[in-house]
Design a protein around this ligand. Structure first.
Ligand SMILES: C[S@@+](CC[C@H](N)C(=O)[O-])C[C@H]1O[C@@H](n2cnc3c(N)ncnc32)[C@H](O)[C@@H]1O
Length: 230
């Protein structure tokens, strides 16, 4: 694993240059916030792991968890139907989004992850919050998102910068196939690093719903789409 302090310093310098001092200060605060949340939940999800360290090809991204503040915001803008909605995190890494979703009254929460090493850590984190879980069940599936067959009751899909290019296109096809086989209303929450192309925007079978601007720092756009029941 690359030295964490060196990576943080490089990230801070890049960020100040790209987004300014105020944004960077807020972003750094979000890391302090994350330490507090990790301690409270007794989980360990904070890390940056480059794709090549995980042995991935270029279109699969490495691990960087969603910030707690941004995930909270995404949840605030979802209307969860308790005991009915099923949440899927594509590329769940160490399971931060899965753990936070498991605190909500979802029927089921699923995390799909390619790295076996990260799957094991995610499972351990899920185990640690067992007594606090509000979801009916929580499952980590160690699989390539490209080949993962989406269960027919999944209706909330969360994506935070897990892959790009042809991998993302194949994942979109999986979502479309699942919807065709079992038409239902689905919500897609796509968290996109600011300045990067939102590939969902060009899909004619998805309807743009809203963009939520993070109140904390500006590096991410949280974009909601719907796939309607037919
Ligand atoms: C930016 S992290 C997102 C972590 C997590 N969703 C969260 O919000 O905390 C991207 C994750 O996608 C995983 N990943 C990359 N390519 C994948 C693939 N083809 N199938 C499944 N997971 C993949 C990486 O291992 C990494 O853990």
């Amino acid at each position: 694993m690359i030295d964490g302090t060196k990576m943080l310093t490089a990230k801070v310098i890049n960020r100040v240059q790209e987004l300014g001092f105020q944004d960077t200060s807020r972003w750094l605060w979000s890391h302090v916030d994350s330490r507090i949340r990790e301690k409270t939940l007794n989980i360990e999800t904070e890390a940056w792991i480059e794709a090549d360290e995980l042995g991935f090809e270029a279109e699969c991204h490495g691990y960087e968890p969603i910030s707690y503040a941004n995930f909270d915001l995404a949840i605030e803008h979802l209307t969860i139907q308790p005991g009915e909605d099923v949440f899927l995190d594509y590329g769940c890494g160490k399971g931060r989004a899965v753990v936070l979703a498991a605190l909500q009254p979802f029927k089921r929460v699923i995390g799909v992850e390619l790295s076996q090493q990260l799957c094991q850590i995610a499972e351990s984190n899920v185990e640690r919050i067992k007594s606090k879980t509000n979801a009916g069940s929580v499952e980590i599936v160690c699989s390539d998102a490209v080949t993962y067959e989406i269960p027919q009751d999944v209706n909330v899909i969360f994506l935070w910068n897990s892959f790009t290019g042809s991998i993302l296109e194949k994942v979109f096809e999986q979502i479309r196939k699942s919807h065709k086989e079992s038409p239902r209303e689905m919500t897609l929450v796509n968290c996109v690093p600011k300045g990067e192309e939102d590939m969902m925007a060009s899909l004619p079978w998805m309807t743009f719903d809203k963009i939520v601007e993070p109140r904390f720092f500006t590096g991410v756009e949280i974009i909601f789409y719907r796939v309607e029941a037919e």
